[in-house]
Design a protein around this ligand. Structure first.
Ligand SMILES: Nc1ncnc2c1ncn2[C@@H]1O[C@H](COP(=O)(O)OP(=O)(O)OP(=O)(O)O)[C@@H](O)[C@H]1O
Length: 775
């Protein structure tokens, strides 16, 4: 017990030493007591025996046999003396003591052996303990290493999983939970658990008691910062610079944090700015880092879909209904911030019972990136849609009437169209109903094409949002099952470009011949045309050999349609003239025009449209017109060598096709037909007035294309303004044999071409560019 008490609070490593010193003390004490006993015995003997008996046992007490024998000898020696003692009792006592002494000496010997053995054992144990202690340390270290390795492996697994997803072309789905808004902080969260890609929602009995779990690529809890969210999608955004098309769209109930994620809160700081700002900032940082090997050009466009009307958000005069979707070249993050602030200001905001900052429109920021490999001349084109969808809640919950009800109905309609497209894609239907809403048309490239697509699903943690939360997560769950096919790089290698030039050259020659025939047949005034052509040619006197791979790349092929004479000097231009539908789709580049100072504008030719997208081309004109609404005018000066432009425009009523350099149809990506001149457009209007707008725009097929490529299909939905309706379809056809506007993505929406089993258009070798910015 004593030993236990002493050892109980001692550290294990102290125990051996303590026991050893304890034993040492015991031995010492024992010897001390033995010595004192010996003294007692000696004194007693002295008292009892005579002087010779008084002789002490001076020999040191040692336990060996010699001592015993000596003692025995002594006892024998003293035998005669003892005999002389008369007192038998003393004699007996003395003998007894002697025997005790002998016994104790033997005991001491045994004890000493025991101590030696114990000490040896202790030392052995001590060594063993140290060894084990070291082993334990090593094992713990190994475990810690394994634990950190486990996290690394988890991270690696996640990356590999995402790569597999990329290869399969699955839509990536991230889920984000909004924190409680301050006044509701006492509420209980419906989110029970979040771990990696899993989120568990607790459901009280009225919603079917228990909990529901969903798995996504990533789930962000309430405390996750904007920077953390962005870092997870950064690789995706960076792939835009590598020539991929990317679409990130935010989905969720009103007030669930979509705008917060995509843009940030009302009062923006560097820390809280959203994906849009960070993405563009990142693009510039990367572009700068790669400047020795690549030259990048970036331009942005911002539109919104409000009540099924598409509106340009990058206008500065507040006239949101202007038909042109401006394309703004940007060269720094601050350019971007200025533009996005403008876009945000212009975004339609309406109040509902759910959220006083409720945006009742879908907004889309599109970033066009073109990179030129400075060594090989290869052109990479990437396009990124960053879409902030309107709230997905049901109409009745918004408690709205009148305009708000109308807005909500439009939103619901477009979101359910989105749902239908998703369902169609996940079932790999041959027909995918992209046309059912502007939203699905907008996202067609990203949902059915081979872009990298990320859906950011947002949920609110409040109990009263539970039904919406569950339906949002179910929708996201379905989206996650959609496979789009592996994303593909939009790349023009030098070889491809050379071949394209050759094809263009041959086709241009053919088209020129046809054009000449037509011209003579319809007696069209050559003066206007030749003047125009010469102008264009003079403005862009490049030859295919030295301009190939220049910044505008193949866009130029599309940009000069109608300019027959100019084509004679430029195979690139010639290519445009006799494109078939497939070729148009194949060769339509996504890159927006870059405005040259030598290019001019004809704003006076703008008109309002009826709300559909059509494509336009800018024929280079001498008119020097101010670009109202382009805050970054300096861009033009920086791009002195930029050749002519090709672009598309959104027209509110498509009553006319416009010429406008500052616009580019983001929906259409690279699919566009070309218009030559405003006066010729009128001819086209007349020629196509019998076609319905939907037919023209969305149900494009080969037969309609033939009209368009002959210059008479442009206005299937367009109406000719009375003042200019003097031309005939024939004339248009003659003058601009290939100048019809591109139905752009409408061409690629599955009509007129056989579809893949998953609903996508079969993409011929060069056909990827038909959707968005693909080649
Ligand atoms: N992660 C977050 N951290 C802090 N505040 C957030 C977060 N997400 C959203 N909020 C705040 O919640 C409110 C609603 O968010 P937000 O406006 O982004 O929602 P929304 O889904 O875009 O709504 P709507 O559909 O109406 O556009 C805002 O005040 C916003 O600042």
């Amino acid at each position: 017990m004593l030993v236990h008490t002493i050892l109980i609070d001692k550290k294990p490593e102290e125990v051996p030493l303590l026991v050893e010193s304890l034993l040492g003390k015991v031995v010492e004490e024992f010897e001390h007591r033995l010595a004192s006993q010996y003294e007692v015995m000696k004194t007693t003997s002295t008292d009892i025996t005579a002087s010779n008996f008084n002789k002490p046992l001076s020999e040191p007490i040692s336990g060996d046999k010699k001592m015993e024998e000596k003692n025995i000898k002594m006892m024998k020696k003293d035998d005669s003396f003892l005999k002389s003692i008369t007192n038998d009792e003393l004699k007996d006592q003395s003998l007894k003591l002697q025997m005790i002494l002998n016994k104790q000496q033997r005991d001491i010997q045994v004890l000493k052996h025991t101590i030696d053995a114990t000490t040896a054992d202790m030392q052995h144990m001590q060594t063993k303990f140290h060894e084990e202690f070291n082993n334990l340390g090593m094992n713990i270290h190994g475990l810690a290493h394994a634990a950190s390795g486990y996290h690394r492996v988890l991270e690696e697994n996640r990356k590999l999983y995402n790569q597999v997803q990329d290869l399969k072309g699955s839509i990536r789905v991230y889920c984000r939970v909004r924190p409680f808004l301050s006044e509701r902080s006492s509420y209980v969260s419906t989110v029970e658990h979040i771990e990696d890609g899993n989120i568990t929602i607790g459901t009280p009995s009225k919603y079917g008691k228990g909990c529901k779990s969903f798995t996504f690529n990533k789930v962000f809890g309430q405390s996750v910062t904007q920077a953390e969210v962005f870092s997870d999608m950064q690789p995706l955004i960076r792939s835009v610079l590598d020539g991929y098309n990317v679409c990130i769209f935010a989905y969720g109930q009103t007030g669930s944090g979509k705008t917060y994620t995509m843009v940030g809160p009302k009062h923006l700081t560097e820390e809280n700015q959203g994906v849009n700002y960070r993405a563009l900032g990142d693009l510039f940082v990367l572009a700068e880092r790669r400047k020795d090997t690549f030259r990048y050009d970036v331009a942005v466009q911002m539109i919104e879909i409000y009540n099924e009307q598409v509106r340009d958000l990058l206008v500065i005069d507040g006239s949101l209904n202007v038909p042109d979707a401006s394309l703004m070249p940007v060269s720094s993050t601050s350019d971007v911030i200025d533009l996005m602030n403008l876009g945000q200001r212009n975004r339609a905001v309406g109040a509902t019972a759910l959220n006083d900052r409720s945006s009742r429109s879908h907004s889309c920021l599109t970033v066009h990136v073109q990179g030129k490999d400075l060594t090989s001349g290869t052109i990479l084109r990437g396009c990124m849609h960053l879409v902030d969808l309107a709230g997905s809640e049901r109409v009745n919950k918004s408690e709205v009437t009148g305009d708000r009800l109308k807005e909500a109905q439009h939103i619901n309609k477009s979101l359910s169209a989105l749902g239908d497209v998703i369902a169609s894609l996940s079932q790999k239907n041959t027909h995918v109903p992209y046309r059912n809403s502007k939203l699905t048309q907008l996202l067609q490239d990203s949902l059915g094409g081979q872009a990298k697509t990320l859906m950011f699903v947002h949920i609110s943690p409040e109990l009263d949002a539970l039904a919406e939360t569950i339906s949002t997560l179910k929708f996201a769950d379905r989206v996650a099952t959609v496979e789009l096919g592996a994303a593909q790089v939009n790349k023009d290698t030098a070889d491809v470009k050379q071949l394209k030039e050759q094809i263009a050259s041959l086709k241009a020659a053919l088209a020129r011949k046809e054009g000449e025939t037509e011209q003579s047949r319809h007696s069209i005034s050559d003066t206007d045309c030749s003047e125009k052509y010469i102008t264009s040619s003079d403005l862009f006197p490049f030859t295919p050999n030295h301009r190939v791979g220049d910044m505008l790349g193949a866009r130029q092929l599309m940009g000069d349609a109608g300019n027959i004479d100019a084509r004679a000097n430029s195979m690139l231009r010639q290519e445009k003239q006799s494109f078939s539908l497939d070729e148009l789709l194949t060769n339509s580049p996504p890159w927006p025009p870059v405005i040259s100072p030598t290019q001019n504008f004809r704003d006076d030719e703008k008109e309002s449209g009826s709300g559909e997208w059509v494509d336009k081309v800018m024929v280079n004109k001498q008119d020097n017109i101010n670009r109202v609404g382009i805050p970054l005018g300096c861009w033009e000066a920086k791009n002195e060598n930029s050749p002519d432009v090709f672009y598309q425009k959104y027209l509110q009523n498509s009553s006319k096709i416009y010429q406008e350099q500052s616009s580019y149809n983001m929906f259409m990506g690279g699919n566009r037909f070309n218009m030559a001149n405003i006066s010729d457009i009128d001819d086209l209007d007349v020629s196509t007035s019998h076609l319905s707008e939907p037919d023209f725009l969305w149900q494009f097929d080969q037969s309609k294309l033939s009209c368009i490529t002959n210059g008479i299909g442009i206005g299937s939905k367009t109406k000719k303004p009375p003042s200019k309706s003097t031309s005939t379809p024939e004339r248009s056809k003659t003058a601009y044999p290939m100048s019809g506007p591109s139905p752009s993505r409408k061409l690629g929406n599955g009509v007129g071409q056989p579809l893949h089993r998953n609903g996508r258009q079969p993409v011929p070798a060069e056909g990827k560019r038909k959707i968005g910015s693909r080649k």
